[in-house]
Design a protein around this ligand. Sequence first.
Ligand code: 4AD
Ligand code: MG
Length: 441
Amino acid sequence: MTTMAGCDVPKVSIRNIGDYVDKTVCLRGWLYNKRSSGKLHFLQVRDGTDIIQCVMFKGDFPEEVFKEADQLPQESSIQITGNVRKDERSPLGFEISVTGLDVISKAQEYPITPKEHGTAFLMDHRHLWLRSSRQHAVMRVRAQIIKAIRDYFDGNGFTLIDAPIFTPNACEGTTNLFETEYFDEKAYLTQSGQLYMEAAAAAFGKAYCFGPTFRAEKSKTRRHLTEFWMVEPEVAFNNLDDNMDLAEDFVVYIVQQVLANCQRELAILERDISKLENIKKPFPRITYEEALKILEEKGTEEQRVPWGEDLGGDEETVISMQFDRPVLIHRYPAECKAFYMKNDPQNPKLSLNVDMIAPEGYGEIIGGGQREDDLDILLEKIKAHDLPLEAFDWYLDLRKYGSFEHSGFGLGIERTVSWLCGLHHVRETIPFPRLMGRLKP
Ligand code: 4AD
Ligand code: MG
C-alpha cells in the first residue's frame, strides 16, 4: 500500500464518472470520510470536483491492506482503482467497487472533524476548511457568479479595462483609506475603479473593471471586509434610469446563471431556491424619501432615519423585507453621497444615485449613479468635500475634452455570494477573508 502504482486504466474526475459506468477507472484524491461494517469499508473520496463513495470488500484484499485502510486518517491522499457502478441511493448516483488502493501520502490527524467548531477556529484553518463540502459549494457559486458577470458584460458590448490598485486619491471618502508608501510619495489602495472607468467610458463607450478593492473598515459587521471584489461598469450617455435598467438586467442574469448551473451547490447549502426563482424584472424602484416612509411605518424607533442621513445595514434590512426581490432606492440627499454624484436638476438637494438592496436582509449589493459632468460644479464639489484638487486634475480633464452624460455602478461580489448562498456573514464568501484583525491565513 505504500508505493503508488501507475494507472493503466482511464484516470477520471468524479464529475465525469457517469461516463464510465461498468468500466475500471483510476481516481486520485483525498479521503473525506469513512465508515466500516466489518466486511466492508465505505470510503468517501473527494477529488475537488465531487465526492464519491468507494466500497472495499474484505474478501478482495490481503488482510493487512484491508486493516490499514480502516486506520487511514481523514485527508490522506490516495489512489483508487475500481469499477464504476450506478448507485441510485447516493447523491452522486454512482459508486466505485475498489480493486486497488494506494496511499500517496498518509495525513496527520486532521484538525477539522465532523464535530462543531467555532468560527474563529475554522477561520484560523481556512486553508483546510476550504475542503469541506459547504465551503466548497460556496466557492463554486462564487466562481459561477464571476463567470456570469464576465459573460454578461463581454456579451453586451463592454470592454474590460483594468483599474489600478495604487491610487493617488480617494474615491469613496477619506475615512477608510489604506495608505501606503509609494517611493517618496503617499499612495492609497483603491477603494473603487470608478474614476478610471469614467475615462474608459469616454474611450470605449461601455467599459467595466473587475478586481479587488480595499477599505479600512474599522467596524465589525457581517457585511464588511477590508478587501473585497467589485465589478464596475460605466456607460457613456446613460442616465440614471438607463443605469437602473442595466443593474436590474445584470442581476437577473446572474441569478439565472446560478440557478441553472449550481443546483448541487445550492442544495448542499440548503438554500431556499424559491426565493431566488422570484428574482424577475421589474424590480421595485423607490426614492430615498419613500424609503424613509417605510422605515417610519415598519422600523423601530432607532431605525427612523432623519432626512439627510444615509441608510445603515439595519434600515436596509427593514426595507428589503417589504419586497420579494431586490429594491432600487434612488435620489438620496446629496449631502450624504460622494463628490462625483450628479445633483438632480429637479431638486439639487438630491443626488442622481441608486443603491440596490438585496431581499431577505442581505443588504446593499450595488451602489452607483449618474456622474457630475459639469466642470465648474465638479470643481466646487471637490473643494466642498475637502479633497486635494491636484490629485484629480486628470479626472477634471474628462469634463474639459468632450464632457458627456454617463452613469455606472459597482456590485460587491461577496455580498452577492452571501445573498445567493444564503450566508449570514460575508467572511465565508471569499477564499481568504481580510477583516480588521485578520490577515492570516
Ligand atoms: O456603494 P459603494 O461604495 O460604491 C462605489 O464604490 C462606487 N464607486 C461604485 C461605482 O459606482 N462604480 O460600493 C459598491 C458595492 C456596495 O454596494 C457593496 O456591495 C460593496 O461594493 N462593498 C463592500 N463589500 C464588502 N465589504 C465592504 N467593506 C464593502 N464596501 C462596499
Ligand atoms: Mg454604497
